[in-house]
Design a protein around this ligand. Sequence first.
Ligand code: PMP
Length: 407
Amino acid sequence: MNDFPIEQIRKDFPILDQLVYGKPLAYLDNGATTQKPLRMIEAVNRLHREQNASVHRSVSFLSDKITQAYEEARTTVQKFIGASKSLQIIFTSGTTGSINLVAFSFGEGILEPGDEIIISTMEHHSNIVPWQMVCERHGARLRIIPITDEGDLDLDAYQNLFSDRTRMVAVTHVSNVLGTINPVKEIVQIAHSHRVPILLDGAQGVQHEPVNVVDLDCDFYVFSGHKIYGPTGIGILYGKEEWLERLPPYQGGGDMIDRVTFEKTTYNGLPFKFEAGTTNFIGAIGLAESLNYLTGIGLDKIIRYEHELRDYATQKLSGIKQLRMYGTSAEKAAIFSFVLEGIHPFDTGMIIDKFGVAVRTGTHCTMPLMQRFGIEGTVRASLCLYNTTDEIDRLHDALNSVIDLMA
Ligand code: PMP
């Protein structure tokens, strides 16, 4: 893609310019966490040096200024995902924090013994275990959408899982292992045709696909700051206003209250009802800075570039005969999970690291998905806006070296 300013973009991410074992770093582990643009790093530094004060709690000049920046950050997130009101944006600690919030509150407010929650075979543990925990607590049970060998959700089977006890669907937007981009709009429509709300796990979706929550019509959408070039320890829960109003608070503490007496506490309105305690306000403002950085480049351009990287990598890796790819959906992001025949993924990862190529190995927090394919784990290369075809060539060559070495 000739008009994509890749050289400038790489300069925006200072960490990329380093040698690992004497080789230039090829960071291909973006599904785990992404690197940070200088603009965000400097904003967070500046906030700590010049503007730090508690949000929503003081009348001081600094507190007022940072509170304003925090609420502007909320509006930036709102616009980025197309939400209609900023009060629908709750700052959490990450995707995991957001899903635990919804699962807990949903359990307390809605679930009854015998109720059912639908999730899928390709979920991250973060979108399995919180639901399992609340099912155990409330006598409900999980129903699981199966997947095809290519790594697509079986939508016919999904339709058949609904019963008059189904209370919630929770499905990932993009699989962190298979790369499958799920047809989330259709999945939402099916849930709604059964009058069931749906949560979309956008941890791997929001940075690789255009997201408009109003158009998707999902009831909840969640994601992590650190996977979209923002700081660690900040995440987003978007919810439809009627659901956020209806669900009880998750945690108690400062800011989430209206009035406290020893006899009874009444709660604050949205979004503060779900933001107990001092939040990661600097992380929230840092996240907004990263989102503004992406908007500045143009999300459509980024997505087009990433699709080109995906096509290049698909073609290049298909040339390695001993490589078995998991996740071959026609609709996939630039995420590649594979095993080299007869070679443990951990060994592959360790060896290619010596060539400067950073990937992830293991189960990727998706043990049930590994069980579905009957494997112990995979090697995963996950690409994003600052990766290059040259880095894909280096991955390819390093994998061939592994094959030669282990032969
Ligand atoms: N869901 C998916 C699809 C993910 O990829 C991840 C992170 N690997 C999570 C949830 C959890 O995100 P976090 O650890 O940032 O809370």
